[in-house]
Design a protein around this ligand. Structure first.
Ligand code: SF4
Length: 198
């Protein structure tokens, strides 16, 4: 017999997958990508899909995902096990590209419309990873990403701010060696504990 709470979440996800609210502004059209279950213990609050993720339909199916999995100490089997790890971007659809080559911000319509409704079903969460400035501003308000990551202990237990794991972050990591020596070991320990692997 299916779990009624999960069935309610599945109905909401079906509504999201049919969403066309900002279709006119999406260069590749709507393809909402999120991975959620009522039992997930870790939430990855991310930004928005890139083109590879849009094509595959799987969050972090790219080099950013490899870097993030390395940071978290998780292999793909656990990372993509929705019963343990939920992935909820601030914008569910690929938002397009800026003239400078970077991706556009997450569509502003998306989080106000869907985010809290999804979160209300994720009752098993123990740890939320705020990936990048958009998720951090939404949850924590204005503030500098580097300062927040350096002061990660201030947000524990329950919330862990992180930079976006894009290739650009390699330069940032080299400039901020404390990220590798202090933040990543603590992050791995928090994730393992939240997942009951510690
Ligand atoms: S980005 Fe969000 S609001 Fe816009 S079409 Fe996709 S699911 Fe709907």
């Amino acid at each position: 017999m299916s779990d009624p709470a999960q069935a309610r979440l599945d109905r909401l996800v079906a509504d999201i997958r049919a969403c066309r609210v900002c279709a006119a502004d999406l260069p590749l059209g709507p393809r909402p990508i999120l991975h959620v279950s009522t039992t997930a213990r870790v939430l990855i609050a991310s930004q928005a899909p890139g083109t590879k993720v849009h094509q595959k339909g799987l969050s972090f199916w790219d080099a950013s995902g490899d870097r993030l999995r390395d940071w978290l100490g998780l292999d793909k089997a656990v990372f993509y096990d929705t019963a343990q790890v939920a992935i909820l971007p601030m914008g569910f659809c690929y938002p397009g590209r800026l003239p400078n080559g970077g991706d556009c911000p997450p569509r502003p319509e998306c989080a106000p419309l869907w985010r809290d409704r999804v979160l209300s079903h994720l009752t098993g969460l123990r740890l939320t990873l705020l990936i990048g400035g958009y998720a951090q501003r939404h949850v924590l308000g204005p503030g500098a990403m580097t300062d927040r990551v350096r002061d990660f202990r201030r947000h524990l237990p329950g919330v862990f701010p992180l930079p976006h794991p894009s290739w650009r972050t390699g330069v940032w990591e080299a400039r901020n060696p404390w990220f590798t020596t202090e933040v990543l070991p603590a992050l791995k320990a928090e994730v393992a504990c939240a997942l009951g692997m510690g």
